[in-house]
Design a protein around this ligand. Structure first.
Ligand SMILES: *[C@@H]1O[C@H](CO)[C@@H](O)[C@H](O)[C@H]1NC(C)=O
Ligand SMILES: *[C@@H]1O[C@H](CO)[C@@H](O)[C@H](O)[C@H]1NC(C)=O
Ligand SMILES: *[C@@H]1O[C@H](CO)[C@@H](O)[C@H](O)[C@H]1NC(C)=O
Ligand SMILES: *[C@@H]1O[C@H](CO)[C@@H](O)[C@H](O)[C@H]1NC(C)=O
Ligand SMILES: *[C@@H]1O[C@H](CO)[C@@H](O)[C@H](O)[C@H]1NC(C)=O
Ligand SMILES: *[C@@H]1O[C@H](CO)[C@@H](O)[C@H](O)[C@H]1NC(C)=O
Length: 290
């Protein structure tokens, strides 16, 4: 009896629901006539169009207040991020491994370095209208470009001394005295003046390892100034090229794996940030086989 009752209630409900979805007597669909449905739809379409319009307007007015010539995103990073070329990644680590006796093992490395350094070609830097900043006097007016654009300081391969391609087309890889290129990332819009440049002009970089790395040469010699670092963004300074340091290992032990840490050094430069292992320094492995 009870089950029969339940069954009846159930089929009744189904029937009611059917009538709710489509009521042939009143011509109502889901409890409303078709005309009402059209009005409701129009109402919501208008509602959403107005909402989207308001949203677009607020985004638009926000964009209007942003200056495209000012980087809209400045982080607190005071020390340049540092990367190394050749960038041969094995998992997360950079491992530069090759065999002097096997040209195939370093041909790719040398090719990638030629590509990487091509933008530092003197002719190319001239075409890009990058300025010679070697004299520190009044860098600001030197870099003033047309309109709101700025020129950048030129950085050319001849500043890389014995690590420039015209000195040795294999960058020392064939002779077992490889050059490693340390690239310092741009510092956004650093406020600087000549005093600060002089202040920074001390041993700006050093590569160290637990083992004896042998004699190491750095190019450019000693250091270079802060004038290479301020970066005003892609629009204001389209031809900026990152400064480099070439590290030439003159007599590294063969068949030994070195773990080398290269640090940028200067006042206010941090290279011991536990949260960012790339801030101010770079670590890589090097093994030269023969
Ligand atoms: C720079 O590029 C020019 C032509 O684009 C080339 O003739 C010259 O050899 C290059 N210089 C170096 C040092 O690679
Ligand atoms: C950037 O380089 C291009 C040529 O590559 C040059 O036409 C342009 O004027 C340069 N811009 C600035 C701001 O120096
Ligand atoms: C830099 O200054 C020295 C002496 O003041 C001058 O001889 C040299 O030509 C200058 N170099 C550049 C690139 O302006
Ligand atoms: C460059 O290499 C040559 C010969 O290999 C050497 O005589 C010279 O001292 C090196 N230059 C520098 C600046 O170390
Ligand atoms: C780092 O630079 C400071 C001066 O700014 C200098 O006293 C110190 O010896 C340098 N450290 C290295 C490892 O070169
Ligand atoms: C380096 O290459 C040479 C010639 O191909 C080979 O005899 C030697 O065993 C290689 N060295 C290592 C450590 O693999």
């Amino acid at each position: 009896m009870a089950t029969f009752n339940e069954k009846r209630t159930c089929s009744e409900r189904m029937q009611n629901f059917g009538r709710f979805v489509w009521n042939p007597d009143t011509g109502e669909l889901m409890g409303r006539t078709l005309v009402k449905w059209v009005f409701i739809s129009l109402y919501y379409v208008a509602f959403y169009i107005i909402m989207i319009g308001l949203f677009a307007l607020s985004i638009y007015s926000l964009m209007k207040t942003l200056d495209p010539y000012e980087p809209d995103y400045k982080d607190q990073l005071q020390s340049p991020g540092v990367t190394v070329r050749p960038s041969l990644y094995v998992d997360e680590d950079i491992e530069i491994v090759y065999n002097i006796s096997d040209e195939d093992s370093y041909r790719g490395i040398v090719k990638s370095l030629h590509t990487f350094l091509s933008v530092y070609n003197k002719t190319k830097q001239h075409e890009m209208m990058n300025k010679d900043c070697s004299n520190l006097t009044d860098v600001k007016s030197l870099l003033a470009g047309s309109g709101r654009t700025k020129h950048a300081c030129q950085f050319t391969t001849d500043m890389l001394g014995n690590c420039s391609c015209d000195k040795d087309p294999t960058f020392g890889y064939a002779s077992g005295q490889p050059c490693i290129f340390i690239k310092m990332n741009r510092l956004l819009n650093t406020n600087y003046n000549n005093e600060m440049i002089r202040f920074w002009n001390h041993n700006m970089y050093a590569c160290t390892t637990q083992d004896d790395l042998g004699h190491v040469e750095y190019f450019p010699h000693g250091s270079f100034g802060l004038q290479y670092f301020p970066y005003y963004g892609k629009l204001a300074q389209p031809n900026y090229t990152n400064p480099l340091v070439a590290v030439k290992l003159l007599n590294p032990a063969k068949n030994h794996e070195f773990t080398i840490v290269c640090r940028v050094n200067g006042s206010h430069i941090i290279s011991e940030n536990p949260h960012d292992p790339y801030e101010g320094k770079v670590t890589f492995k090097l093994k030269i086989e023969n």
